[in-house]
Design a protein around this ligand. Structure first.
Ligand code: HEM
Length: 377
C-alpha cells in the first residue's frame, strides 16, 4: 500500500499494486524481450537463443502467438481445446477410479500432475510414455527459478541449461518425425504443415513454441488444481456448497486464480524508455518484476482481499497476467481445473488434510505444494 514501486538492491524494480501492474502489462513501452535489459541476468539461460513468443514483443510475438492460437483456443473453431472436452472428463475419471479405494492419496502425484500432463502431451502430439524422459528436463528448467538455499545455484544453472538443450533436441526429433506424414490432429503436426495467412513457422520457431507450451502446460495447472484442493479443504463451507451446486465451480476457479495464483510474478519485463510509475522514475533498460499475487490482494481494488470468496463480483484477477501476453492456455487451464476439482470432491469420501500447511515447492515464481496428502474416511 505504501510502496507501489520498490527499487531492489541490484537496480531492478518491483511493482506490487493492482493499478500499476495492470498499466504496465498493457504499456507498449514495457518489453518482454530480455535483450532490452541492461542486465539480463539468468533470464538468458532460461530462454536460450531462440525465445518463444512469451519472450518477444509485437509484431514478432503476435505472428507466432496467432499461428499457434489458430489451433488452440477461441474464437476459432473447431479447436483442439473444444474437441478435447470429453477426453478431459475421461482422463479425470480414469485417475479418480484409481484413487477412491486408497486410504491416503497425494493430490499432486496421484491426480493434479498426471492430469494436465496427459492433456498437454495429447494436444501437442508428444507421446505420453516419454513423460519420464521429459519430466526431469522440465523440472530442471523450472528449477532455474528456485530459491532453494540447499542447492548450489551454479549447479542448478548448469543442469537447467543442459535440460533446456535436451528438451529442444527431443522436440526437434519429434517434429522431424511428423514431416512427410499425413498431418495428424496434434498441434506439432498442424504447425509443421501450416500454410495459413502467416506463412510457415521455421523449425526453430515450432520447437520454441512446443517447448513453451509443454512447460507452461505442465507446471501451472498442476498448482492451480492443488492450490484449489487445499483451499477448498480449508473452507469446508464453500466445499459443501460446491458439492450441492457444481455450477459454482466456474466462479470458484476464478477466485482461486485471485486468491492462490500459481504464477506469482511476471519476471524480467524491461523498460523501453524512462517510465514514471506512481511517482517513481524507472530508467530505460531496467528490469521490472510485476507481483501478480500482490495485485490480486490489493485492498484498493478488491474488497476484503484476504478472504476466499467465490461469490465476489466482477473478479478481474491477474492470475493469467494481462495485455498482449495474457495467458494463452487460460481456456484450457480453466476447463481442466473446473472438471478436476468437481470430480475429485464428488468422489472422495470425507477427505481430510494430513499436514497443513503442506510442503511447498521452493520457487519464487510458481506457488503450489510439492505434495498434498489427504486421508479418506
Ligand atoms: C502466459 C499463467 C496455464 C500457456 C501466462 C502468463 C501468466 C500465465 C501469468 C503471463 C506471462 C507474462 O505476461 O509474461 C498461467 C496459469 C495457468 C496457465 C496460472 C494455469 C492455471 C497455461 C497452459 C498453457 C499456457 C495450460 C498451455 C497449454 C501460456 C503461454 C503464455 C502464457 C503460451 C505466453 C503468452 C504470450 O506470451 O502471448 N500464463 N498459465 N498457460 N501461458 Fe499460461
Amino acid at each position: 500500500r505504501k510502496t507501489p514501486v520498490a527499487r531492489q538492491e541490484d537496480g531492478g524494480y518491483i511493482v506490487s499494486t493492482y493499478r500499476e501492474i495492470t498499466a504496465l502489462l498493457h504499456d507498449p513501452h514495457v518489453s518482454s524481450n530480455t535483450d532490452n535489459l541492461h542486465d539480463p541476468g539468468p533470464s538468458v539461460a532460461i530462454r536460450g537463443d531462440s525465445p518463444a513468443f512469451i519472450g518477444l514483443d509485437p509484431p514478432e510475438h503476435d505472428r507466432l502467438r496467432r499461428m499457434a492460437m489458430r489451433y488452440f483456443g477461441p474464437p476459432h473453431t473447431p479447436t483442439l481445446v473444444d474437441d478435447m472436452r470429453p477426453d478431459l472428463r475421461a482422463i479425470v475419471t480414469n485417475l479418480i477410479d484409481n484413487l477412491v479405494s486408497k486410504d491416503e492419496i497425494d493430490i499432486v502425484d496421484d491426480f493434479a500432475y498426471p492430469f494436465p500432463v496427459t492433456v498437454i502431451c495429447h494436444l501437442l502430439g508428444v507421446p505420453r510414455e516419454d513423460e519420464p524422459r521429459f519430466h526431469g528436463w522440465v523440472e530442471a528448467i523450472v528449477g532455474l527459478l528456485d530459491f532453494n538455499p540447499a542447492t548450489d545455484p551454479e549447479e542448478r544453472m548448469r543442469e537447467g541449461v543442459r535440460a533446456r538443450e535436451d528438451l529442444r533436441a527431443y522436440l526437434a526429433e519429434l517434429l522431424e518425425s511428423r514431416r512427410g506424414r499425413p498431418p495428424g490432429n496434434d498441434l506439432l503436426s498442424r504447425l509443421a504443415n501450416d500454410d495459413g495467412p502467416d506463412g510457415r513457422m521455421t523449425d526453430e520457431e515450432i520447437v520454441s513454441t512446443a517447448n513453451l507450451l509443454l512447460i507452461a502446460g505442465h507446471e501451472t495447472t498442476v498448482n492451480l488444481i492443488t492450490n484449489g484442493a487445499l483451499t477448498l479443504l480449508r473452507h469446508p463451507d464453500v466445499l459443501e456448497r460446491l458439492r450441492r451446486d457444481p455450477g459454482m465451480i466456474v466462479r470458484t476457479v476464478e477466485e482461486l486464480l485471485r486468491y492462490e495464483p500459481p504464477v506469482q510474478l511476471v519476471l524480467w519485463r524491461a523498460a523501453y524508455s524512462d517510465l514514471t510509475v506512481a511517482d517513481t522514475v524507472i530508467p530505460k533498460g531496467s528490469r521490472i518484476t510485476l507481483v501478480l499475487a500482490s495485485g490480486n490482494r490489493d485492498p484498493a481494488y478488491f474488497r476484503d482481499p484476504d478472504r476466499f470468496d467465490p461469490d465476489r463480483r466482477d473478479n478481474q484477477h491477474l492470475g493469467f497476467g494481462g495485455g498482449v501476453h495474457l495467458c494463452f492456455g487460460a481456456p484450457l487451464a480453466r476447463l481442466e481445473t473446473q472438471i478436476a476439482l468437481n470430480e475429485l470432491f464428488r468422489n472422495l469420501e470425507g477427505p481430510r488434510l494430513v499436514a497443513d500447511p503442506p510442503p511447498y515447492r521452493q520457487s519464487a515464481v510458481l506457488r503450489g505444494p510439492r505434495h498434498l496428502l489427504v486421508r479418506q474416511e
